[in-house]
Design a protein around this ligand. Structure first.
Ligand SMILES: C[S@@+](CC[C@H](N)C(=O)[O-])C[C@H]1O[C@@H](n2cnc3c(N)ncnc32)[C@H](O)[C@@H]1O
Length: 272
Protein backbone atom coordinates (compact mmCIF):
# COMPACT_ATOMS: atom_id res chain seq x y z
CA UNK A 1 0.00 0.00 0.00
CA UNK A 2 1.24 3.54 -0.78
CA UNK A 3 2.33 5.70 2.13
CA UNK A 4 0.62 8.72 0.55
CA UNK A 5 -2.63 9.70 -1.10
CA UNK A 6 -3.08 12.30 -3.76
CA UNK A 7 -5.90 14.68 -2.89
CA UNK A 8 -7.55 16.86 -5.49
CA UNK A 9 -9.05 19.91 -3.77
CA UNK A 10 -11.85 21.57 -5.72
CA UNK A 11 -12.55 25.02 -4.29
CA UNK A 12 -15.70 26.91 -5.20
CA UNK A 13 -19.16 26.16 -6.57
CA UNK A 14 -20.34 22.81 -5.15
CA UNK A 15 -22.59 21.94 -8.12
CA UNK A 16 -19.72 22.42 -10.56
CA UNK A 17 -17.44 20.43 -8.24
CA UNK A 18 -19.97 17.59 -8.22
CA UNK A 19 -20.11 17.53 -12.02
CA UNK A 20 -16.32 17.48 -12.22
CA UNK A 21 -16.25 14.73 -9.58
CA UNK A 22 -18.57 12.57 -11.73
CA UNK A 23 -15.99 12.66 -14.56
CA UNK A 24 -13.24 11.20 -12.37
CA UNK A 25 -15.40 9.16 -10.01
CA UNK A 26 -13.97 5.92 -11.33
CA UNK A 27 -10.53 6.76 -9.94
CA UNK A 28 -11.84 8.08 -6.63
CA UNK A 29 -11.21 6.23 -3.37
CA UNK A 30 -13.35 8.58 -1.31
CA UNK A 31 -14.39 12.17 -0.97
CA UNK A 32 -15.84 14.67 1.40
CA UNK A 33 -17.08 18.22 1.39
CA UNK A 34 -16.21 21.02 3.81
CA UNK A 35 -18.12 24.24 3.12
CA UNK A 36 -17.07 25.19 -0.43
CA UNK A 37 -14.19 22.71 -0.63
CA UNK A 38 -14.59 19.24 -2.15
CA UNK A 39 -11.72 16.85 -1.39
CA UNK A 40 -11.25 13.87 -3.69
CA UNK A 41 -8.86 11.10 -2.59
CA UNK A 42 -6.93 9.22 -5.24
CA UNK A 43 -4.10 6.73 -5.31
CA UNK A 44 -0.69 8.08 -6.40
CA UNK A 45 -0.86 5.83 -9.51
CA UNK A 46 -4.06 7.41 -10.81
CA UNK A 47 -2.88 11.04 -10.66
CA UNK A 48 -1.60 11.02 -14.27
CA UNK A 49 -4.80 9.55 -15.65
CA UNK A 50 -6.93 12.03 -13.71
CA UNK A 51 -4.73 14.90 -14.93
CA UNK A 52 -5.34 13.72 -18.52
CA UNK A 53 -9.10 13.69 -17.95
CA UNK A 54 -8.93 17.20 -16.43
CA UNK A 55 -6.84 18.53 -19.32
CA UNK A 56 -9.58 17.50 -21.72
CA UNK A 57 -12.33 19.33 -19.84
CA UNK A 58 -13.38 22.92 -20.06
CA UNK A 59 -13.28 23.96 -16.42
CA UNK A 60 -15.65 26.72 -15.30
CA UNK A 61 -14.24 29.90 -13.70
CA UNK A 62 -16.26 29.20 -10.56
CA UNK A 63 -13.88 26.48 -9.35
CA UNK A 64 -10.15 26.20 -8.56
CA UNK A 65 -8.17 22.99 -8.47
CA UNK A 66 -5.26 22.27 -6.17
CA UNK A 67 -3.34 19.01 -5.63
CA UNK A 68 -2.11 17.97 -2.21
CA UNK A 69 -0.33 14.87 -0.84
CA UNK A 70 -1.36 13.44 2.51
CA UNK A 71 -0.27 10.34 4.34
CA UNK A 72 -2.46 7.30 4.86
CA UNK A 73 -3.00 7.85 8.54
CA UNK A 74 -4.52 11.30 7.95
CA UNK A 75 -6.98 9.80 5.48
CA UNK A 76 -8.37 7.38 8.03
CA UNK A 77 -8.58 10.08 10.70
CA UNK A 78 -10.52 12.35 8.37
CA UNK A 79 -13.00 9.62 7.57
CA UNK A 80 -13.55 8.98 11.27
CA UNK A 81 -14.39 12.62 11.87
CA UNK A 82 -16.75 12.79 8.92
CA UNK A 83 -18.58 9.47 8.91
CA UNK A 84 -21.85 10.09 10.69
CA UNK A 85 -24.73 7.55 10.74
CA UNK A 86 -27.27 7.75 7.91
CA UNK A 87 -30.86 6.48 8.02
CA UNK A 88 -32.56 5.67 4.73
CA UNK A 89 -36.38 5.63 4.47
CA UNK A 90 -36.69 4.93 8.21
CA UNK A 91 -35.69 1.35 7.48
CA UNK A 92 -31.91 1.00 7.09
CA UNK A 93 -29.34 2.68 9.33
CA UNK A 94 -25.81 2.86 7.98
CA UNK A 95 -23.33 3.26 10.78
CA UNK A 96 -19.55 3.39 11.03
CA UNK A 97 -17.90 0.21 12.31
CA UNK A 98 -16.94 1.81 15.64
CA UNK A 99 -20.67 1.98 16.48
CA UNK A 100 -20.86 -1.80 16.17
CA UNK A 101 -23.02 -3.57 18.74
CA UNK A 102 -23.21 -7.33 18.71
CA UNK A 103 -26.99 -7.40 18.53
CA UNK A 104 -29.33 -9.02 16.02
CA UNK A 105 -30.80 -6.14 14.10
CA UNK A 106 -31.69 -6.27 10.41
CA UNK A 107 -31.96 -2.48 10.24
CA UNK A 108 -28.34 -1.74 11.10
CA UNK A 109 -25.57 -1.98 8.52
CA UNK A 110 -22.03 -1.33 9.78
CA UNK A 111 -19.40 -0.10 7.33
CA UNK A 112 -15.71 0.45 7.94
CA UNK A 113 -14.82 3.62 6.08
CA UNK A 114 -11.73 2.50 4.24
CA UNK A 115 -10.45 2.72 0.71
CA UNK A 116 -13.62 1.50 -1.01
CA UNK A 117 -16.57 3.54 -2.23
CA UNK A 118 -19.86 2.94 -0.43
CA UNK A 119 -20.63 4.44 2.98
CA UNK A 120 -24.22 5.40 2.22
CA UNK A 121 -23.47 9.12 2.16
CA UNK A 122 -23.29 9.46 -1.60
CA UNK A 123 -26.59 10.04 -3.42
CA UNK A 124 -25.93 7.18 -5.88
CA UNK A 125 -25.64 4.71 -2.99
CA UNK A 126 -28.62 6.01 -1.03
CA UNK A 127 -30.83 5.98 -4.16
CA UNK A 128 -29.89 2.31 -4.59
CA UNK A 129 -30.64 1.52 -0.95
CA UNK A 130 -34.07 3.13 -1.38
CA UNK A 131 -34.75 0.83 -4.36
CA UNK A 132 -33.59 -2.21 -2.37
CA UNK A 133 -36.08 -1.22 0.32
CA UNK A 134 -38.85 -0.72 -2.28
CA UNK A 135 -38.35 -4.19 -3.79
CA UNK A 136 -37.83 -6.07 -0.52
CA UNK A 137 -40.60 -8.57 0.40
CA UNK A 138 -40.25 -10.11 -3.08
CA UNK A 139 -37.56 -12.66 -2.16
CA UNK A 140 -35.63 -11.50 -5.24
CA UNK A 141 -32.23 -12.83 -6.21
CA UNK A 142 -29.68 -10.01 -6.45
CA UNK A 143 -26.60 -9.10 -8.48
CA UNK A 144 -24.51 -6.13 -7.27
CA UNK A 145 -22.22 -4.87 -10.07
CA UNK A 146 -19.38 -2.63 -8.85
CA UNK A 147 -19.72 -3.68 -5.21
CA UNK A 148 -17.03 -1.44 -3.62
CA UNK A 149 -17.34 -1.70 0.16
CA UNK A 150 -20.11 -4.32 -0.24
CA UNK A 151 -22.75 -1.96 1.12
CA UNK A 152 -25.54 -2.82 -1.36
CA UNK A 153 -25.03 -6.59 -1.06
CA UNK A 154 -25.03 -6.27 2.73
CA UNK A 155 -28.23 -4.18 2.70
CA UNK A 156 -29.68 -6.83 0.33
CA UNK A 157 -28.82 -9.57 2.79
CA UNK A 158 -30.40 -7.64 5.69
CA UNK A 159 -33.55 -7.19 3.55
CA UNK A 160 -33.67 -10.96 2.85
CA UNK A 161 -32.72 -10.94 -0.82
CA UNK A 162 -31.63 -14.42 -2.00
CA UNK A 163 -28.67 -15.78 -3.93
CA UNK A 164 -26.67 -12.53 -3.70
CA UNK A 165 -23.68 -12.20 -6.02
CA UNK A 166 -21.33 -9.22 -6.15
CA UNK A 167 -18.76 -8.24 -8.79
CA UNK A 168 -15.87 -5.81 -8.29
CA UNK A 169 -12.58 -5.45 -10.16
CA UNK A 170 -10.62 -3.29 -7.72
CA UNK A 171 -8.68 -5.60 -5.44
CA UNK A 172 -8.04 -2.64 -3.09
CA UNK A 173 -11.68 -3.21 -2.02
CA UNK A 174 -11.02 -6.79 -0.90
CA UNK A 175 -10.13 -6.07 2.74
CA UNK A 176 -13.08 -3.72 3.26
CA UNK A 177 -15.54 -5.99 1.45
CA UNK A 178 -14.66 -9.09 3.49
CA UNK A 179 -14.41 -7.09 6.74
CA UNK A 180 -17.85 -5.48 6.22
CA UNK A 181 -19.56 -8.72 5.17
CA UNK A 182 -18.14 -10.49 8.26
CA UNK A 183 -19.00 -7.61 10.61
CA UNK A 184 -22.63 -7.73 9.46
CA UNK A 185 -22.74 -11.57 9.63
CA UNK A 186 -23.51 -11.70 5.90
CA UNK A 187 -20.45 -13.54 4.53
CA UNK A 188 -22.37 -16.75 3.93
CA UNK A 189 -25.13 -14.91 2.02
CA UNK A 190 -22.92 -13.09 -0.51
CA UNK A 191 -20.64 -14.55 -3.16
CA UNK A 192 -18.09 -12.09 -4.54
CA UNK A 193 -16.33 -12.30 -7.91
CA UNK A 194 -13.18 -10.21 -8.37
CA UNK A 195 -13.58 -9.41 -12.05
CA UNK A 196 -14.55 -6.77 -14.57
CA UNK A 197 -18.32 -6.28 -14.90
CA UNK A 198 -17.80 -5.99 -18.66
CA UNK A 199 -16.74 -9.66 -18.68
CA UNK A 200 -19.83 -10.69 -16.72
CA UNK A 201 -22.56 -12.30 -18.81
CA UNK A 202 -24.96 -13.97 -16.36
CA UNK A 203 -28.00 -11.73 -16.08
CA UNK A 204 -30.42 -14.39 -14.77
CA UNK A 205 -31.26 -12.48 -11.57
CA UNK A 206 -34.46 -10.83 -10.41
CA UNK A 207 -32.72 -7.57 -9.56
CA UNK A 208 -29.42 -6.22 -10.90
CA UNK A 209 -27.83 -3.08 -9.46
CA UNK A 210 -25.03 -1.13 -11.11
CA UNK A 211 -23.81 1.98 -9.34
CA UNK A 212 -20.97 2.59 -11.77
CA UNK A 213 -19.68 5.46 -13.82
CA UNK A 214 -21.57 6.30 -17.05
CA UNK A 215 -19.09 4.98 -19.61
CA UNK A 216 -19.05 1.52 -18.02
CA UNK A 217 -22.87 1.51 -17.81
CA UNK A 218 -23.08 2.39 -21.51
CA UNK A 219 -20.77 -0.49 -22.43
CA UNK A 220 -22.74 -2.86 -20.17
CA UNK A 221 -26.08 -1.93 -21.73
CA UNK A 222 -24.69 -2.77 -25.15
CA UNK A 223 -23.65 -6.26 -23.84
CA UNK A 224 -26.97 -7.25 -22.27
CA UNK A 225 -29.02 -9.65 -24.35
CA UNK A 226 -32.28 -11.38 -23.35
CA UNK A 227 -33.03 -11.28 -19.63
CA UNK A 228 -36.01 -10.97 -17.33
CA UNK A 229 -34.01 -9.04 -14.75
CA UNK A 230 -34.97 -5.64 -13.44
CA UNK A 231 -31.91 -3.37 -13.88
CA UNK A 232 -31.24 -0.36 -11.72
CA UNK A 233 -28.46 1.98 -12.78
CA UNK A 234 -27.13 4.86 -10.69
CA UNK A 235 -23.76 6.63 -10.93
CA UNK A 236 -25.38 8.81 -13.59
CA UNK A 237 -26.01 12.53 -13.66
CA UNK A 238 -29.39 14.06 -14.41
CA UNK A 239 -27.75 15.60 -17.50
CA UNK A 240 -27.01 12.03 -18.77
CA UNK A 241 -30.69 11.12 -18.79
CA UNK A 242 -31.43 11.66 -22.48
CA UNK A 243 -28.28 9.86 -23.69
CA UNK A 244 -28.88 6.77 -21.51
CA UNK A 245 -32.60 6.71 -22.20
CA UNK A 246 -31.89 6.68 -25.93
CA UNK A 247 -29.42 3.82 -25.59
CA UNK A 248 -31.77 1.79 -23.36
CA UNK A 249 -34.67 2.22 -25.75
CA UNK A 250 -32.45 1.13 -28.65
CA UNK A 251 -31.56 -2.04 -26.71
CA UNK A 252 -35.28 -2.77 -26.00
CA UNK A 253 -35.33 -1.71 -22.37
CA UNK A 254 -38.53 -0.20 -20.99
CA UNK A 255 -37.82 2.51 -18.42
CA UNK A 256 -40.14 2.10 -15.44
CA UNK A 257 -38.81 4.79 -13.14
CA UNK A 258 -36.38 7.69 -12.93
CA UNK A 259 -35.34 9.07 -9.56
CA UNK A 260 -32.91 11.84 -8.75
CA UNK A 261 -31.20 13.31 -5.72
CA UNK A 262 -29.39 16.59 -6.25
CA UNK A 263 -27.74 16.13 -9.64
CA UNK A 264 -27.56 12.33 -9.43
CA UNK A 265 -29.88 10.06 -11.39
CA UNK A 266 -31.18 6.50 -10.96
CA UNK A 267 -32.86 4.57 -13.78
CA UNK A 268 -35.03 1.50 -13.14
CA UNK A 269 -35.75 -0.56 -16.27
CA UNK A 270 -36.53 -3.98 -17.75
CA UNK A 271 -36.08 -5.59 -21.17
CA UNK A 272 -39.27 -6.01 -23.19
C1 LIG B 1 -19.58 4.23 -7.33
S1 LIG B 1 -18.82 2.84 -6.66
C2 LIG B 1 -20.24 1.94 -6.01
C3 LIG B 1 -19.94 1.17 -4.75
C4 LIG B 1 -21.20 0.61 -4.06
N1 LIG B 1 -21.84 -0.38 -4.89
C5 LIG B 1 -22.18 1.72 -3.74
O1 LIG B 1 -23.27 1.72 -4.32
O2 LIG B 1 -21.85 2.59 -2.92
C6 LIG B 1 -18.43 1.98 -8.14
C7 LIG B 1 -17.64 0.72 -7.93
O3 LIG B 1 -17.57 0.03 -9.17
C8 LIG B 1 -16.27 -0.46 -9.35
N2 LIG B 1 -16.07 -0.60 -10.80
C9 LIG B 1 -15.93 0.41 -11.71
N3 LIG B 1 -15.77 -0.11 -12.94
C10 LIG B 1 -15.81 -1.46 -12.80
C11 LIG B 1 -15.68 -2.55 -13.72
N4 LIG B 1 -15.49 -2.32 -15.02
N5 LIG B 1 -15.75 -3.80 -13.24
C12 LIG B 1 -15.94 -4.03 -11.90
N6 LIG B 1 -16.06 -3.05 -11.00
C13 LIG B 1 -16.00 -1.78 -11.43
C14 LIG B 1 -15.37 0.57 -8.70
O4 LIG B 1 -14.11 -0.01 -8.38
C15 LIG B 1 -16.20 0.95 -7.48
O5 LIG B 1 -15.89 0.14 -6.38
Amino acid sequence: MDDFWEVLNIEGNLDEAEILFSKIQNYCLGSFIEENLTKIYLSIESKNEVTNVLNNLELPDTINLKWEKIDNEDWHLMWKENFTPVTINNKINILPDWHFKDDINDSNVYIRPGMSFGTGHHETTSLMVESLIDYSNNEFSLLDLGAGSGILSIVGSKLKYKDIKAVEFDIECKDDFYFNAELNSCSKDIEIFWSDVLDWNDFSYDLILANIEKNIIKKMIKNIENTNARFIFSGLLVEDKYEIEKLLTKKNFKIENFKSKNEWLLIDCKKI
